[in-house]
Design a protein. Structure first.
Lengths: 243, 224
């Protein structure tokens, strides 16, 4: 089977290249329930890791550990040269997280939301205005977020995630709710053409295999495979992860 | 830290101004409790210890409502991750939340104290007002410090409002007792805080203690 044959083929780091993300034997539990076990991978700067798996496989937990929002319970995690959790403060500000929740305040307008996060990151207002235009929310920039469409909220969430120009993006279903036009708008910000290092969690197996450099499959919190996309077949991935 | 704390405070006040989810509820609750006391006690006017006790019980319970909703916008809209990923001192979050609660309490008191004077208080409020304001401010700082601390502690728990209340009420009992004792002479006809001195000192020490305690333990609060 394609998945089994490719399993862990890409586990080692590229020689002479310092990885942007290094994870070794990561374990994380919630109470007595293990959510991540034995997860290891390297991700070279500028590359994309797609994380695939069924609901509850540990994908979002992995993103939160990499963001420094959850402590690893065992193993080692280095993000942008900072060991987590000890040096989490060094990495956090250089990470852009687009999570399950938009992280936006519904009573505030897109401009107010971005300005709030800009103040926290010490980013100027010009960047806020630039991003509002890039994601096509110029005409809605004064409306409360609760009045935006789902796609509008997602575009704004993307703008918030890249507001401080982070070199590492942690993206949970970044295209959720976006129509093809909106996908084009956010592509330069969070897509492959952004040139940023990306960890992308998604259920879109075909899309993930098209745009990633390495795919990590999680099954019940354990790695099922870690392989370059050429070594994987979408049908095989589905059988392996979503059976 | 100041820049981040002010940004979070400004955001909280803006969200509250738009949603009106905390302060109106606290103010309405206070007024309702005072009306209930007015009829339940079946007396035209109160003074001394009873008047002081009624006022502080009312304000304390109103504060519980504010504490329960202090992290509501972060919790319900996922904003906490964005704050935690920013390059800011986490103490700024607590400072902002404590200042927001302080502002809510001041607004509630601006509404509740005149209503209390109108419905229940026997002695004239005006001569006692300067000393009462000092007492209210000192007590509010302590309540805000403790409230922001327990709200942060409870923010990630499942029964967060219950946890916040269960932590908040026992911790603020000393402040409530001191505030009641400090206010009693003012409602017994005294016009200055002369008889309240040691209780005001106690309130100040209590506030400083919890401000320092919060700063010391804060880094542990928002880690998993």
């Amino acid at each position: 089977m394609a998945v089994a044959a490719a399993a862990f083929a890409a586990a080692g780091p590229a020689q002479g290249v310092s990885p942007a993300v290094e994870v070794r034997e990561l374990e994380r539990s919630f109470g007595e329930r293990p959510v991540l076990e034995g997860v290891s991978f390297d991700l070279v700067a500028g590359r994309t890791l797609a994380v695939l798996g069924a609901n509850g496989a540990g994908k979002s937990t992995l993103l939160r550990v990499l963001a420094g929002l959850l402590r690893p319970h065992a193993g080692s995690v280095r993000v942008l040269g900072a060991a987590l959790p000890e040096e989490g403060w060094r990495a956090r500000a250089r990470v852009g997280l687009l999570g399950h929740d938009s992280g936006l305040y519904r009573a505030l307008s897109p401009r107010e939301n971005l300005r709030f996060h800009a103040r926290l990151h010490g980013v100027g207002r010009e960047r806020v205005e630039e991003l509002i235009d890039v994601v096509g929310l110029g005409s809605r920039s004064r409306d409360p977020v609760r009045e935006l469409s789902r796609g509008g909220v997602q575009r704004l969430a993307v703008a918030r995630a890249v507001l401080h120009d982070p070199p590492l993006l942690l993206l949970d279903e970044p295209r959720s709710g976006l129509d093809p036009g909106a996908e084009e708008l956010v592509e330069p910000l969070v897509g492959r053409s952004s040139g940023r290092t990306r960890v992308v969690v998604t259920h879109d197996v075909e899309g993930a295999l098209e745009e990633c450099d390495t795919a990590l499959g999680l099954l019940g919190g354990r790695p099922a495979f870690l392989a370059p996309p050429e070594a994987l077949e979408p049908a095989g991935v589905r059988r392996e992860l979503y059976r | 830290m100041t820049r981040a704390a002010l940004a979070i405070l400004r955001k909280d006040l803006l969200v509250e101004r738009r949603t009106r989810e905390s302060v109106p509820a606290m103010a309405l609750f206070s007024v309702t409790v005072l009306v209930l006391f007015h009829f339940a006690l079946d007396r035209d006017s109160l003074d001394g210890a009873l008047a002081s006790g009624v006022l502080w019980v009312t304000l304390l319970l109103a504060a519980v409502l504010g504490v329960g909703r202090l992290f509501a916008s972060e919790r319900e809209e996922g904003g906490m991750d964005g704050i935690l990923l920013a390059p800011i001192d986490r103490t700024a979050v607590w400072v902002a939340k404590a200042l927001a609660l302080l502002a809510y309490l001041v607004v509630v008191e601006v509404v509740a104290v005149p209503v209390f004077a109108l419905l229940l208080l026997g002695p004239d409020l005006v001569p006692a007002l300067p000393a009462l304001v000092v007492t209210l401010v000192l007590a509010d700082v302590g309540l805000a410090a403790v409230g922001a601390l327990v709200a942060a502690l409870a923010a990630e728990s499942r029964a967060r409002e219950l946890v916040a209340t269960l932590l908040f009420l026992p911790l603020v009992v000393p402040a409530a007792v001191a505030a009641t004792a400090a206010t009693e002479p003012l409602f017994a006809g005294a016009q200055t805080a002369a008889g309240s001195g040691r209780w005001l000192v106690f309130l100040a020490v209590y506030a400083v203690l919890f401000v320092l305690l919060s700063v010391v333990v804060l880094d542990y609060l928002q880690e998993d």
